[in-house]
Design a protein around this ligand. Structure first.
Ligand code: PEP
Length: 262
């Protein structure tokens, strides 16, 4: 059974002391549970102090971004090789990076490869805009984003990575329309089908696929129960300890029910 993964994307919020306070609150409310992995993605500046504060049995850290070269004259950038001892995961291809920072399919492919080269697991975000969905291009967009991003990886490397289906129209800061479970199930099945075509059934069964887009504690249970969904990437609600703890509780409950059935 694939592990459930909950990722808190704090984006450009929380300075070091605010982040530390949030970790303190979350740590109090979180149990250690096999089968569920909770990942915090604070700002780059805050990773180092949080790496000393977190209870590693409860949390892992992710970077929100890094540059694809390992070192060189790239003013303002931080490389995956600089992050490799600090984080387990990195978010790559988030729609805010594609839209605000002009990240192309090829840049995202190179970032995924650089993360893997440095033993950091990429959480690759893919998803269509409202316009693309209306025009019937959802599958084409997902196909292009998935196949390009993975094109320099081996099957084993793909099996270990994480893909987050995040329709842009469902992200709280881009409209926050609530996706229907059937839409999520269809997109996740399509992503797994792409992986199966390229890397085989074993790899498709191993790769974890998350959902992201306005997930909060009130709807997390329903979204996490979607066929093929292995967890959630959470933006806004992850900044609130009560809401994020509520999402973690929903995952615990579902996991418990599924393990009892199985
Ligand atoms: C995100 O930005 O990845 C995200 C899912 O944000 P939100 O939960 O706020 O929609």
């Amino acid at each position: 059974m694939r592990k459930t993964l909950l990722v808190a994307n704090w984006k450009m919020h929380l300075n070091t002391s605010q982040a530390s306070m949030l970790v303190h609150r979350l740590q109090e409310r979180t149990r250690i549970q096999r089968g569920i992995e909770i990942v915090l993605a604070p700002s780059l500046l805050t990773l180092q102090p949080l790496s000393m504060q977190i209870d590693r049995r409860k949390f892992r850290l992710a970077a929100q971004n890094a540059f694809y070269k390992d070192e060189g004259a790239f003013t303002g950038e931080v490389s995956f090789s600089m992050l490799r001892d600090l984080v387990h995961y990195v978010i790559v291809g988030h729609s805010e990076r594609r839209i605000y920072f002009g990240e192309t399919l090829e840049m995202i492919r190179d970032k995924v490869a650089a993360a893997v080269r440095n033993e950091i697991t990429p959480i690759l975000c893919v998803g269509e805009t409202q316009q693309e969905r209306k025009e019937g291009h959802t599958r084409q967009v997902l196909h292009d984003q998935v196949t390009t991003a993975l094109s320099n990886l081996t099957s084993n490397e793909v099996a270990d990575m994480v893909i987050a289906y995040e329709p842009v129209w469902a992200i709280s800061t881009f409209g926050g329309e609530l996706a229907k479970p059937a839409q999520i199930a269809e997109a996740i099945a399509f992503i797994r089908h792409q992986i199966e075509q390229l890397y085989g059934a074993k790899v498709a069964a191993a790769v974890r696929v998350l959902y992201g887009g306005s997930v909060d504690e009130t709807i997390a249970g329903g979204y996490l129960a979607v066929e093929g969904c292995d967890g959630a990437l959470v933006g806004g609600a992850s900044l609130n300890p009560y809401k994020f703890a509520g999402i973690i509780d929903a995952a615990y409950r579902l996991r418990h029910e599924t393990e009892q059935e199985g």
